[in-house]
Write a protein that binds this ligand. Sequence first.
Ligand code: NAD
Length: 393
Amino acid sequence: MKKNQPRFLPDRRSFLKGFSLVLGSTAFGFPFFSFGSCQKGGGSGTPAENPGAPGGQGTAKKLGIALVGLGNYSENQLAPALQETQHCYLAGIVTGTPSKIDRWKARYNLPDKNIYNYQNFDQIANNPDIDVVYIVLPNSMHAEYTIRAARAKKHVICEKPMATTVEDAQRMLEACRQNNVHLSIGYRLHFEPFNKRVMELGQKQVFGKVQSIEARNGFDITRSNPNVWRLDKELAGGGPLMDMGIYCVQGACYTLGKPPVAVTARFGEVTHKDYFDEVEQSISWQMEFADGVIAHCSTSYAENQSLLAGKAEKGWWRVEPAFWYSGKKGETSQGKMDLPEVYEQVLQMDAQALSFKNNQTSIVPGEMGLRDVKILLAIYESARNNGKRVPIS
Ligand code: NAD
């Protein structure tokens, strides 16, 4: 049984860490994934037309973001990125660890009135400095804090995976709808040039019809402390599939611009029983798409891997590493992918803030998060049932 105490993952940090430059990106969104807005009544109208909504003071205003959960991702990626964003800025923090407050206040010049804990968090409703709440907590806590943020009438960015159950994800969407706020997921790779190039190659059939996809993602958690929430089933909802495999699910879906119709899966062998007594060590699965394309995927907490590749009628592509924050490399059957390295979180949060300001559905909406939770849980269902084919409803 793992203890629920917060810990850093130094190995993962050094593994994923890198320096990124903001160089801009080409405009290629997620055209085949068009959802209704989380906003009641569709996504029309500007903030000026809806002055009661967060961010409704004109599009020039930078939206104030409050980070909820000041762990590794907030501290090392999101807060530094918010120093470079054009449409939003770090306005506040929500933390259960008082010892972090002075450091964050000093580093980011945060006023006391914009600092909350988990108990007084709901008072954020009365704070006009905060337009957006960004949930960066262990996975099973995403639902509670998204719903509380929505009730406080704040737009929400929620980290992946959106939730650990379909019911939670649906409750989150409903809370945002009822409170007339937008919900977007922290899917940073939709704003990253190499992954956007894969979307273009696959969805626009640059090399003809896609025939197969391969995706792998993982890191070695067994070199760090085992008492981490990622190995706690209740907090994480599962093992590497929920944390790292979700990138493969995303990668396969955005290569083709559509969700799968069915999945089959198998758990891998457990070689580190002291780490994996609650969640899987590894899992491999196939995603079957309507036109017969199969995506072969795997994820592991005992191996470093990061690949997204595809084969089409007249060519192929391979991005490796595909999912790290930086250092991506890509190649197609026509040669090296010559694409810039960007600060993904800057582009992601700016795009999300802009969509909130313009009252438009983000290209990574809560509905996409719900779709992915359904796929992840179907993969587990198949693995628990000896690889039976599980249709995606
Ligand atoms: P972390 O362990 O470094 O931080 C978790 C934070 O939650 C800590 O500040 C901790 O104090 C707080 N917390 C509150 N209640 C807790 C509890 N009961 N147990 C443990 N911690 C508790 O984790 P992280 O790597 O920052 O991940 C946080 C979320 O961000 C996860 O959902 C993860 O999937 C997501 N994430 C996304 C990316 C990305 O690239 N999009 C990268 C890393 C993490």
